[in-house]
Design a protein around this ligand. Structure first.
Ligand SMILES: Cc1cc2nc3c(=O)[nH]c(=O)nc-3n(C[C@H](O)[C@H](O)[C@H](O)COP(=O)(O)O)c2cc1C
Length: 185
């Protein structure tokens, strides 16, 4: 049976490099019969976590803030795989992605021991820099996140050497990598 895959797209650019990675990943995944839903976070009204620790009382609407996270929570509950897709912004994920991800804490709050729902996950990242050193802080962040949530990493595409929107369209190897990850997710 196909998996349910939720993509959190942290790029603000509809024709950007991250979006091209997402398109190829989706093509690969859909070819294999998986269901893919992409949330374009830039188009959504999502506020930063208040850190109030008052969430988790209503599993169908776990956060005290009522905004567009309400569209994400139901699919997150069902998803087998969560894909973090983002441009690199200052050696991290974009603010759009980090803001939405922090809000998933409200779902962990539904469990008395703050246990996160178990998911598989993947990372798609576009960046200007292309060295291993450039990607090291993101690698460290992603590995810490995955390990602490108890999730299972299914793969990473570090797509360096891309600054202008659409630059990645010249990099068939990177797009192919995203498609292969989708196929083998
Ligand atoms: C605010 C900002 C910060 C950035 N920081 C980095 C960075 O730390 N390292 C890097 O390699 N590229 C950095 N970049 C370049 C983007 O990661 C790159 O242009 C990426 O391809 C954009 O993806 P997109 O087209 O999907 O938005 C930055 C770009 C912006 C606008």
């Amino acid at each position: 049976m196909g998996k349910k895959i939720m993509i959190l797209n942290g790029s603000p650019k509809p024709q950007g490099n991250t979006k091209a990675l997402i398109a190829h990943f989706t093509k690969g995944a859909e070819q294999e019969g998986h269901l893919v839903v992409c949330f374009d976070l830039q188009q959504m009204n999502i506020h930063g976590c208040l850190g109030c620790c008052q969430g988790g009382k209503d599993p169908s609407s776990p956060c005290v803030q009522k905004d567009d996270m309400e569209k994400i929570y139901p699919f997150y509950k069902e998803a087998d795989v969560v894909v973090l897709a983002s441009p690199m912004y200052y050696w991290s994920v974009s603010g759009q992605l980090k803001t939405a991800f922090d809000r998933l804490f409200a779902v962990a709050e539904c469990n008395k021991d703050y246990v996160n729902p178990h998911k598989e996950c993947a990372l798609l990242m576009a960046a200007e820099g292309e060295t291993q050193e450039n990607f090291a802080p993101v690698k460290c962040f992603y590995e810490a996140l995955v390990s602490n949530l108890g999730w299972q990493n299914r793969g990473i595409v570090y797509a360096g050497g891309n600054f202008a929107p659409g630059a990645i369209l010249q990099k068939t190897d990177q797009l192919q990598q995203a498609e292969e990850l989708g196929k083998h997710i």
